[in-house]
Design a protein around this ligand. Structure first.
Ligand SMILES: Cc1ncc(COP(=O)(O)O)c(C=O)c1O
Length: 365
């Protein structure tokens, strides 16, 4: 066991964010093999793991680059050896472009997001002032209603704008289909077909040589074989969570690689157990049914309410729990759970447990 002064005695300490190494490897391999087989690139989004060791492993297995939301994530994960980066966020300050310039000197390519015509009007002068020529991936909204072009006319205007602004060089069109998450599996194909048709329409006005970069954990395998798709950017696929295993069903429950080990700390009334993990471990994210987490084993134990440091466990098996018992839970949404933790406890068949730091934990700037 590696010991860390911050986390000296892993088996005894709870709550503990645990990763089954063999399942992690299987999930990483499955996505990479599909991309390799169909001949597209995989640039996984590191927002889910925020860890140098895992980023390095994704690159070793064949990822062509990595996707980031924030510059600080990229800065922290440079030791992974990443050479090609996509910053999938709207950068709007001089300070941000100075950081992009510093990163550019250390890698082969940084692509940044261009998320609307209004954004282009801010980003282009900043790039000119900074003396940068920025490769940009143009965002199209495919239904989430967050960043991205909504109308073809805006696309046409953006095309004209970019023709006159040599500091922003379009290299692709991307979308994030986050709206596929809350939807039953049989609707995924339709969401992907519609989003793909939408991207192809925008491609006609933005540049018919531009490759498409869609694909999150719910949609990546469906997008992988679509025409003009050159790259997918799933994030949560490597761990899985309740959203992916119970709602989107793109991963089996047995394939979920990350669990949170908690301890029962009180049984204040029948039908209720309190555990030592609340919103500061599970975050405030819940499934549509209102669960923060559900037990990894077959018992019916659900975290139905959280305060900062307490989880309220209910379910038909709750009365079998005693103070001191350990219970492993699958969180509703894995990304914020990792962001709130400092270490991952890695375990697996015949492996001594290891502790991996989460170098970019809390990096939201
Ligand atoms: C721009 C962008 N790309 C990729 C992803 C990865 O999504 P997921 O973790 O669902 O695979 C996200 C997730 O929020 C995102 O915002």
């Amino acid at each position: 066991m590696n010991s860390s002064p911050l986390f000296p005695d892993a088996p005894a300490i709870t709550p503990q964010v645990r990763v089954d190494f063999d399942k992690l490897e299987a999930n990483l391999h499955r996505m990479q093999s599909l991309c390799t087989e169909v001949g597209i690139d995989l640039w996984p989004h590191i927002k889910t793991h925020k860890s140098v060791a895992i980023a390095r492993r994704q690159l070793e297995l064949g990822a062509g680059g990595l996707t980031f939301a924030k510059l600080s994530e990229a800065e922290e994960l440079l030791p992974s050896g990443v050479r090609r980066l996509f910053i999938a966020h709207s950068l709007v300050t001089e300070e941000a472009l100075a950081r992009v310039a510093a990163l550019q000197k250390q890698v082969d390519q940084i692509v940044v997001a261009l998320t609307s015509l209004s954004h282009a009007r801010v980003l282009a002068p900043l790039a000119r002032q900074a003396g940068l020529t920025l490769p940009v991936a143009i965002a199209v909204d495919s239904g989430l209603g967050r960043e991205g072009l909504r109308f073809l006319d805006e696309g046409r205007e953006l095309f004209e704008f970019l023709r006159l602004n040599s500091h922003l060089v379009p290299v692709s069109i991307y979308t994030h289909e986050g709206h596929a998450y809350g939807v039953a599996p049989m609707a995924h194909q339709e969401i992907v077909d519609r989003a793909h048709a939408h991207l192809m329409e925008f491609r006609k006005v933005l540049g018919d040589n531009l490759p498409l970069w869609p694909g999150c954990s719910v949609t990546a395998t469906l997008f992988a074989r679509k025409p003009e798709v050159a790259l997918v950017r799933p994030g949560a696929y490597l761990f899985g969570d309740l959203y992916l295993s119970e709602i989107a069903r793109t991963i089996e429950r047995e394939e979920v690689a990350l669990t949170v080990r908690t301890r029962v700390i009180d049984r204040p009334t029948p039908h209720l157990a309190l555990i030592d993990a609340g919103s500061k471990t599970f975050s405030g994210d819940k499934t549509p049914e209102g669960l923060s987490a559900s037990s990894f084993d077959s018992r019916d134990l659900r975290v139905t309410r959280v305060s900062e440091e307490h989880g309220f466990v209910t379910g038909s098996d709750v009365d079998s729990l005693r103070i001191g018992d350990l219970v492993d839970f699958i969180p509703a949404h894995v990304c914020p759970v990792v962001n709130l933790a400092r270490h991952l406890v890695i375990f697996g068949n015949d492996r001594p447990e290891q502790i991996w730091p989460i170098e970019a934990g809390g990096c939201s700037y």
